[in-house]
Design a protein around this ligand. Structure first.
Ligand SMILES: [Zn+2]
Length: 244
C-alpha cells in the first residue's frame, strides 16, 4: 500500500502538519516486521523509528533469554525509538516485534537533523514518551498485585486495543514469557478462558471470542491503560490543531 494511504491509519502520522509530511515522506519506507525481530537493543543507538500500522512492538525488560517481561506494547498509536527526542540516542530497553505486519520506518538521524522543522512530530513523540511512562507505572503495579489470569486477560485486551486484531500468533510459552508468569499457569488460564467461551485456541493461535467477557476477567489496569491511551490520542489531535 502507498505510504500516503498508510499515514491516516496511524495516530501520530495522521495528524502530521502538511509541511512536516512533505519533509519526512521521502525518508519514510514501508517495512514488513516479522515475529521476534529485534528493533532495538537496550543501551544501543536507535537507528530507526518504527510506526506500526497493523503490527506491534513489545518494549521489554530482559534479564536473559528465558526471563523477559513486557513493559508495554507499541501499536498504531505510537512508535519505537521515541526517546531520541529526550536527548539520548540509546534505547532504554529491548524492543521486539510481537505481532508481525506492516510498519512505516524512518531513520532516527533524519528526525534529529530536522527536529526544529518538525514541531508537531517532536511534541507528539514527547507526549508518547509520557504515555509510555504512564503505562510502565501501571505495569509495575499490575505485575506485583494482580493474578496471572487477570494479567493475561489484560494483556490480550491491550493488544486488541493497540492493533485492532482479534487473532494473535501466540503460543502459550510465548504468552507466558511476555506476561512474565510460569508457562503451566498460563496454559491453565487459557484453558479456563476457552471453557468460558472467551477465547478460541489453536496451534500458536489465540482468538478473542468474547471481548466483553474477556474484559470482565482483566484487572482494572486494562481500563486505566485504555484511558491513558485515549487521552493521549485525543491530545495528538489538539496538538496538531494548535500548531497548524
Ligand atoms: Zn493489573
Amino acid at each position: 500500500m502507498e505510504l500516503q494511504n498508510l499515514f491516516p491509519k496511524h495516530s501520530i502520522l495522521q495528524n502530521l502538519l502538511a509541511s512536516e509530511r512533505e519533509l519526512i515522506t521521502r525518508s519514510c519506507e514501508t517495512v514488513d516486521l516479522h515475529l521476534g525481530d529485534i528493533i532495538e537493543e537496550a543501551g544501543r543507538p536507535i537507528q530507526f523509528l518504527h510506526f506500526p500500522i497493523n503490527s506491534a512492538i513489545s518494549l521489554t525488560n530482559t534479564q536473559d533469554q528465558e526471563h523477559i517481561v513486557e513493559v508495554t506494547v507499541t501499536g498504531r498509536e505510537g512508535c519505537s525509538g521515541s526517546s531520541i527526542v529526550l536527548g539520548d540516542d540509546r534505547s532504554p530497553c529491548l524492543a521486539m516485534v510481537q505481532i508481525p505486519g506492516t510498519a512505516i520506518r524512518l531513520a532516527a538521524a533524519v528526525v534529529m537533523d530536522k527536529l526544529t522543522s518538525l514541531p508537531y512530530l517532536h511534541a507528539a513523540m514527547a507526549r508518547y514518551n509520557l504515555l509510555i511512562m504512564n503505562l510502565a507505572v501501571i505495569s509495575v503495579g499490575c505485575s506485583q498485585f494482580h493474578s496471572p489470569a487477570q494479567r493475561l486477560a489484560r494483556w490480550l485486551k491491550a493488544h486488541w486495543q493497540r492493533t485492532g486484531l482479534e487473532t494473535f500468533p501466540f503460543s502459550s510459552d510465548f504468552l507466558a514469557l511476555q506476561v512474565g508468569v510460569d508457562s503451566a499457569i498460563v496454559k491453565e488460564a487459557l484453558k479456563d478462558f476457552q471453557k468460558q467461551g472467551l477465547l478460541e485456541l489453536g496451534l500458536n493461535r489465540v482468538i478473542i471470542a468474547d471481548q466483553d467477557g474477556l474484559e470482565g476477567e482483566a484487572c482494572r489496569c486494562y481500563t486505566l491503560a485504555k484511558e491513558s491511551v485515549e487521552e493521549y490520542t485525543g491530545a495528538l489531535g489538539k496538538l496538531a490543531k494548535s500548531l497548524g
